[in-house]
Ligand binder design. Structure first.
Ligand code: 5GP
Ligand code: ZN
Length: 113
């Protein structure tokens, strides 16, 4: 996708602080952190949002396996973390390459405000 910010990050056209990579998944630090730890995990194949990605359940599994691998390697399970994905304007989606926020490192607020 030529005009996609996260595809540009995947192509190294825009720098990002990489924290995870395998053949199909990329993880990096969010540029405007909303928690002490704020990471983004994306699949290397472009989809616009989670409902589009749902046509490719293997890809969803691959992203969640990457999150599992990373959070276990960083011993994040005991303290805990939150995985969030936004779709559309009400949820505040601003980048239209499906991404999973991983929020951690501090007590997180409740949803919906
Ligand atoms: P959304 O609002 O679409 O759910 O999430 C998009 C996220 O991408 C936001 O949390 C925003 O801070 C992050 N973001 C936007 N532009 C960049 C960028 O150039 N680099 C990185 N690392 N994160 C970005
Ligand atoms: Zn993309």
């Amino acid at each position: 996708m030529d005009n996609c910010l996260f595809c540009k990050i995947l192509k190294n056209e825009i720098p990002a602080k990489k924290i995870y990579e395998d053949d199909v998944v990329f993880g990096f630090v969010d540029i405007y952190p909303q928690a002490k730890t704020h990471l983004l995990f994306i699949h290397k194949s472009h989809t616009a949002n989670i409902n589009e990605m749902a046509n490719d359940p293997k890809a969803i599994g691959e992203v969640f396996q990457a999150i599992q691998k990373y959070t276990r390697s960083e011993s994040m399970e005991q303290e805990g973390f939150r995985v969030v994905t936004n779709l559309g304007p009400l949820a505040g989606q601003t980048v239209f390459h499906t991404h999973f926020h991983v929020l951690a490192g501090e007590k997180l607020g409740r949803f919906g405000s």
